[in-house]
Write a protein that binds this ligand. Structure first.
Ligand code: GLA
Ligand code: GLA
Length: 672
């Protein structure tokens, strides 16, 4: 069933209020709330002494109104007594500084004592709620987690390396430790890679890139292992409950999210469109669309929104207020991209604590204002349409490869200070999204053969199996798009001993002769060989320019200035039954906008519905039934045309063809 509700912190409010909250939730059409996620101090006030009475009482009140419950394991925010027990469980950040008490997620995921406390509280909750009719599932912790560089992690890293490599000789060979005389003669000599992994700054230490990449993998594995201990307990005690975690979209890149998702039943994520630091009133719908795509891609499966924005975001600073209709619009966009549940964060705006200005559906004083009324209206629509939407699938012919190992490697070596992997993926994705073409986000382990067009953006660390799978995809008739800094490194983060793009040079039919990393503000227009075909705004090369030597590829566009004027900047190569396109510069979004139609044609991918700019069209399939989501992301009326009358399942009204006028921020879900 389609789940609709909010994140509720009853422990923040007098018990006398709970009944009214439950009544207002029921009136808003809620069927689900998340509870207990940060309530460790109330659930286990002192070591081993548990108090579930208050939680039982609030669950009973909710359940009486038809509302079921997802419980969070509370380990994302330890009470003081936990940290007082283990002063060495505080995380050590990149710079070597140990964090102190007073925020949340202060813990080191490796720490044996912290892990034990996490198992104890999880076990107690699982035992208490296993048979409870109102409890349907679990969320592990909260938004795992930053890296730690403490001595416990260093020792665990050494064991992790022993397990991975077996012998020190293998480590030395893989990393090339002869460089600067780093050859290790004992496991205990190997450091944690602190001070090296900064996305936007430069640290005091520069570790061997091989060591740093393994450290990133190790830390990712530590969180996966920490979560697995909770998952194992919950699976054993509560076999009928689902288990999920609240992920953070595309921008978080410290954990291999494919690995973290593997142990869960489905992915849930926290979708904020306007955060405390966001002052521009405009929100780019393509950014949310990509984040949803990534979250759906982690398990190739529909997902939950565990925290959907419910008002201005704010800790110290308050973001621009969501305009009338925006909260609904953003929530419906989540559904359009595969959400089977919308849980708003949070029910009521907190009066105390760090998040006093992170606005909930209710005001600080508990009043129901505009935001509550908008979501209540949505609740009525979901009650009508939810069953038809639930479980329907997004189907795509285009896939973009997303790879966390590559992301880790770019954290270690950005290559160019202006390069951002996620922004690069966004630029390419946007060209498809603005054409209303659905895109799946895939991992190196997914089957590419299901797609017609595969994008391999800046696949910096390229292993042989992935290169072989990509090559096979093209040989069998697929269309491939490859961008710079692909195939540069092997799995040890060592530069390959062959011309770039390394293992994909043959399939792309090009070799990178040399490259130019450009300073900020330097760019040059590209010239298309067939200018009539690629009309529109002239795309520009910037950030990075590969200077190509085409082997068998045909030149589509060339550089126009500098010492490589006239050299190939975009090429296409016939390989087997398919074709490989190489774009040699990071450039601007106009490149992919210019190439978009041509790429879709080359791959025979069907275009999405034609719609004005700012109107997003997405399709979910319920078997053979097509549900067309039409979302007006603009503050103006927009015209949209239909080939036949359709039913809007939100309002239950028939929408006549051909001309439809969408109100500002209006959403339609049309069925034939
Ligand atoms: C210095 C050092 C060299 C090398 C270069 C380039 O000159 O002496 O060993 O590190 O910088 O970084
Ligand atoms: C995240 C967390 C929440 C809350 C919100 C708003 O998504 O999961 O606990 O902190 O951000 O800041």
């Amino acid at each position: 069933m389609f789940r609709f509700g909010a994140d509720y912190y009853p422990e923040h409010w007098p018990e006398a209020r709970w009944e009214l909250d439950a009544q207002l939730m029921q009136e808003a059409g809620f069927n689900t709330v998340r509870l207990a996620e940060f309530a460790w101090s109330r659930l286990e006030p002192s070591p081993g002494r548990f108090d579930f009475d208050w939680l039982d009482r609030v669950i009973a009140i909710l359940h009486a109104r038809g509302i079921q419950v997802v419980l969070g394991t509370p380990t994302g925010s330890p009470p003081p007594w936990v940290m007082a027990m283990y002063p060495d469980a505080y995380r050590v950040i990149e710079t070597g500084q140990r964090v102190g008490y007073g925020n949340r997620r202060e813990y080191c995921p490796t720490h044996a004592g912290y892990r034990e406390r996490s198992r104890i509280v999880t076990q107690a909750m699982a035992a208490h709620y296993a048979e409870h009719p109102a409890v349907i599932g679990w969320q592990t912790d909260n938004e795992f987690g930053e890296r730690c560089f403490c001595d416990h992690c260093r020792a665990a890293f050494q064991s992790w390396l022993q397990h991975k490599y077996g012998a020190l000789d293998a480590v030395n060979a893989a990393w090339g430790t002869v460089f600067w005389s780093h050859e290790y003669s004992a496991w205990s000599q190997i450091p944690a890679a602190g001070g090296t992994i900064f996305p936007d700054a430069f640290g005091p230490e520069y570790h061997n890139p091989g060591l740093a990449l393994d450290y990133c993998r190790f830390m990712s594995d530590q969180y996966v292992a920490f979560q697995r201990e909770q998952v194992d307990i919950l699976r054993a005690a509560c076999p009928d409950h689902f288990i999920t975690h609240n992920f953070m979209g595309i921008h978080f890149d410290r954990i291999d999210y494919f690995d973290l998702a593997a142990d869960l039943d489905f992915v849930a994520w926290d979708n904020y469109r306007r955060m405390q630091w966001t002052f521009q009133p405009h929100v780019n719908p393509s950014e949310a669309a990509l984040a949803h795509g990534v979250m759906r891609g982690l398990k190739q499966k529909n997902f939950w929104i565990m925290e959907q924005q419910s008002g201005s975001g704010g800790w110290q600073i308050v973001s621009v207020a969501p305009r009338p209709g925006e909260l609904q619009l953003w929530a419906y966009q989540s559904i359009a991209h595969g959400a089977d549940a919308i849980i708003f964060f949070r029910w009521r705006t907190a009066r105390f604590g760090t998040e006093q200005y992170w606005h909930g559906l209710l005001e600080h004083d508990g009043r129901t204002g505009r935001r509550y009324q908008e979501i209540k209206q949505m609740g009525a629509e979901i009650a009508r349409a939810g069953a038809q939407i639930y479980g329907s699938e997004v189907r795509a012919e285009v896939a973009i490869l997303l790879d966390y190992t590559t992301r880790f490697a770019f954290q270690i070596q950005a290559n160019n200070p202006a390069f951002r992997y996620a922004a690069h993926v966004q630029q390419i994705f946007q060209a498809f999204h603005t054409r209303n073409v659905p895109v799946d986000i895939v991992s190196t382990h997914d089957d590419f053969a299901r797609y017609k067009l595969l994008v391999v953006p800046a696949q910096y660390v390229l292993d042989e199996a992935t290169a072989a799978a990509v090559t096979r995809f093209v040989a069998q008739g697929g269309v491939l798009l490859v961008t710079p800094r692909t195939g540069v490194k092997d799995e040890s983060n060592t530069v390959v001993n062959r011309p770039l793009p390394g293992l994909l040079a043959e399939v792309c039919g090009v070799e990178v002769e040399e490259y130019d990393s450009l300073p900020e503000g330097v760019s040059q227009p590209l010239a298309f060989a067939d200018a009539t075909r690629f009309a529109g705004e002239a795309p520009h090369a910037k950030v990075w320019c590969d200077v190509l030597r085409p082997l068998s590829a045909e030149v589509i566009a060339r550089y126009t200035s500098d010492y490589y004027a006239g050299r190939a900047a975009v090429t296409v190569n016939q390989f087997g039954k398919g074709q490989a396109v190489y774009v040699a510069t990071f450039g601007d979004a106009a490149i992919y906008d210019a190439l978009g139609d041509w790429l879709l044609e080359l791959a025979a991918v069907e275009r999405g519905s034609a719609a004005p700019a700012g109107v997003e069209c997405c399709v979910r399939w319920q078997g053979d039934q097509r549900l067309l989501f039409v979302l007006n992301h603009t503050a103006e009326e927009q015209g949209f045309s239909l080939s036949a009358p359709m039913m809007d399942i939100l309002s239950g009204q028939t929408i006549d063809a051909p001309g439809v006028v969408l109100k500002p921020r209006q959403v339609l879900i049309l069925s034939e």
